[in-house]
Ligand binder design. Sequence first.
Ligand SMILES: [Zn+2]
Length: 257
Amino acid sequence: MKLTILGSGTCIPSLKRQAPGYVVKIGKDLILLDSGEGTKRRLMEVGIHPNSIDYILYTHTHVDHVAELPALLWGYMYDTQPRKKDLVIVGPKGFKRFFRQIIKLFSPLFYKRSKFKTSIKEISNSKIKGNGWRILSKPMCKQGNTFLPHSVAYRLETKRKSLVYAGDMRYDYPKSLIKLAYNTELLLIESAVPNQRQVPDHLTPSRAGEIATLANVKKLILTHFYPPCEKYDIKKQAQKTYKGPIVLAKDLMRIEI
Ligand SMILES: [Zn+2]
């Protein structure tokens, strides 16, 4: 299993960090996790054509996590070598409706023009089986509205390895995250603000470290950094609560799991 960080930042413009996007390779399958703006360019930079993505998993529908979805769909239709292989797009509760709205607004001809089958799945507390791997999920919030949409975290696992990815988390995260991430090789989780700037709708490095310790994860990767993070020692803040290896995500970083 290989993880590549496409975007370790947010929607705040930055030449260093693009909006959230990650790609995982398991065997021959390519799984994209979220697709903030800049995802297509970053995919090309790491040698992956967007047409070769098999699954796209969305944690929630905040714009910094989904902005490139309409552009991906447009490219799939009008590329000089149009996409041919089937695509599965997965999201939390409400995602099917969200996808229909995207199609209506941006690509009303998508189903007519595309030369492949697109399956849209909503997932909350369920599994998806792949070729020698599976995806497990848990809901990360109870209610869903415009400001706080439904969200899920994902566990991608083979017989030997696993990776857990959580998008935006509330500071008072649900216990289901510990359960989902328990004993995983790698926890990829947001740590959007430094300890000094704690807010209800994001994790701090120390809070992310606490989750990693409670879930007994082997390695922690922190990501989704807002600009104030650059002014603080984020790793040190996470080390206060987690004693295992910690990596601060950078765009284009590759990690073997
Ligand atoms: Zn976010």
